[in-house]
Structures are given as C-alpha cells and as structure tokens.
Design a protein around this ligand. Structure first.
Ligand SMILES: [Zn+2]
Length: 82
C-alpha cells in the first residue's frame, strides 16, 4: 500500500478510494476514504450527482434545502434562482 491520505479526515485510506471534484495544488484529484464519502454532513459533487442524477438536480436539491422547500413540493417559481 502506497499510503493514500484522505483529503477530508487525513487518515491513510485502507478501504475503497473515492475521487472528489477537488484538484490539489499538485494538479491531482483529491481522494477521500469510504467513511468520509458516506458522511452526509460532507459535500462531494460526484457523489451528489450519483445520488440525484445530474448537476442541475443537485443544484435544485441544494436550493430546496437552503430555502426549506421539501423535495417534490411544487413551487410557483423555479427553486434555482436565475
Ligand atoms: Zn476520510
């Protein structure tokens, strides 16, 4: 094991390695461990796209959380501001 370090918690990654959208100063994609990847308090765009299907849906979901509009509830105007 070459000792990949998790970009989130800083511990060596022993299980599955997940790519984040973040590029470090060295030009390489940052990796996080499985535990951080599945932590709902942390935001990783590739994981959110996996969950919601597309970047547009991720934006809608983030704005719904911010505005307190439940998922599925229709609104008079688009949830994502133009
Ligand atoms: Zn971690």
């Amino acid at each position: 094991m070459t000792g990949t370090i998790c970009a989130s918690c800083g511990f060596p990654i022993s299980g599955p390695i997940h790519d984040t959208e973040n590029i470090g100063a060295d030009g390489r994609t940052r990796h996080v461990c499985d535990r951080c990847w599945h932590n709902p308090a942390l935001f990783f765009l590739p994981r959110e796209i996996e969950i919601h299907g597309s970047y547009a849906e991720v934006r809608v979901d983030q704005w719904r959380k911010y505005l307190g509009v439940p998922a599925g509830q229709t609104t008079l105007f688009p949830v994502v501001p133009l």
